[in-house]
Ligand binder design. Structure first.
Ligand SMILES: [Zn+2]
Length: 379
């Protein structure tokens, strides 16, 4: 791996240059095209590695637009180094691995296909040391390397493509897939089996370089405690029995690992990460349009309503705003109903995001990764 860079302008420019293809997208189903399309066998969604990365880049755009990005190069460099240490040990070291810290207080992480791993500052605040961060990133990295999201979209079967069709050759199809993937990862629609696989392989990646393999269980225990009032699925928290079973499994794996790493590196973590956790009840929620959702738990809702909406504009007609309030779209509500009606509202997912979606580019090479490992006493 030559570099790990936050993909920024290159990808966006590629998309900006695509419009001719968009325009063609409608034409190919013209009168003759329609018949041809009917004759074509529909098949399961397929994509090349290159298309997977393009898809991930666009999904990441949507997520960054929604939540904003913490504009702190030191934080990004640190998280990237921890992620890179793990990513080079996977079967897909050459993906454009990109680690993005989202500017929102909800505890969450989203792994987009192609190597784009997003973690919220709320999650970083709940994490207490570098080994826990490695556990969480290892888990997310595994969702990418094992293509869990792509497989989920394929399994759902809602998106089919023609035998002759390619994902990059059909803008409408591409957008549909982006929407599906965004929905899938923000709703954490992974099976228990996939979560277990991500735990196991993630802990393996972290343990292999010397991090304490127990650390992910420590984090999940804290997450479970944060959700003790809730039986619902929230953010990364699935449900009590599932969570307990995951914690138990990690514990078993950790005690079976030989030699088990023991590095936690709490001090180094605190040197870079100083976010404070925000309790779920105090997370400021997004404006929710006509859905009439209450603004958090009365945490200065009036102030929030007057803020200019910066995070709303969506380029392609999909985005997390839609997921939060299906009927609301981009309409900004001036009314927050006190009665709440907080059906399906998840403070870990639906919290307000920061104003700046700009990526914070980080480049690290193998020398940086090795120096970082050495400094932390990792192997
Ligand atoms: Zn997961």
């Amino acid at each position: 791996m030559k570099h790990l860079a936050v993909l920024g302008m290159t990808v966006m420019l590629t998309f900006a240059a695509t419009p001719p293809a968009w325009a063609r997208g409608g034409e190919q189903f013209g009168s003759i095209g329609k018949a041809v399309k009917k004759a074509n066998q529909l098949r399961e969604l397929q994509m090349t590695d290159e298309e997977e990365q393009k898809l991930g880049a666009e999904v990441s755009n949507v997520i960054r637009e929604r939540y904003g990005v913490v504009q702190d190069p030191a934080v990004h460099r640190y998280v990237t180094l921890v992620g890179a240490v793990l990513a080079v040990g996977t079967g897909r070291p050459n993906l454009p691995w990109t680690f993005i810290v989202l500017d929102t207080d909800g505890v969450n992480a989203f792994a987009a296909p192609g190597g784009y791993v997003h973690i919220t500052k709320g999650a970083l605040a709940l994490v207490q040391n570098e080994a826990e961060l490695a556990g969480v990133l290892g888990h997310e990295i595994t969702h990418v390397t094992e293509k869990h999201t792509i497989r989920a979209v394929q399994k759902k079967g809602a998106i089919k493509m023609g035998a002759e069709e390619s994902l990059s050759g059909n803008a409408a199809l591409f957008n549909q897939v982006v929407g599906e993937v965004v929905s899938n990862i923000t709703n954490q629609a992974f099976s228990a089996g996939e979560e277990n696989e991500s735990d196991e392989k993630g802990v393996g990646l972290a343990g292999k370089v010397g991090y304490s393999p127990q650390a992910l269980a420590d984090f999940l225990t804290r997450l479970k405690d944060r959700n003790k009032e809730s039986q619902e699925k929230r953010g990364l928290f699935p449900s009590h029995p599932e969570m307990q079973s995951r914690i138990d499994k990690i514990g078993q794996q950790a005690s079976a690992m030989k030699p088990a790493g023991s590095a936690t590196l709490a001090e180094r973590y605190r040197k870079f990460i100083t976010f404070e956790p925000v309790p779920q009840a105090e997370i400021a929620m997004v404006e929710a349009g006509s859905a009439g959702l209450a603004g958090g738990s009365g945490d200065k809702p009036d102030e929030k309503k007057q803020e200019p909406k910066k995070e709303e504009p969506k380029k392609r007609g999909f985005g997390l705003g839609k997921l939060v309030s299906p009927g609301g779209g981009d309409k900004q509500s001036t009314q927050a109903s006190a009665s709440g009606g907080s059906r399906g509202l998840d403070p870990e997912r639906d919290g307000k995001g920061g104003p700046n979606p700009k990526p914070v580019p980080v480049k690290v090479d193998m020398a940086d990764i090795n120096a970082f490992k050495k400094e932390g006493g990792l192997t």
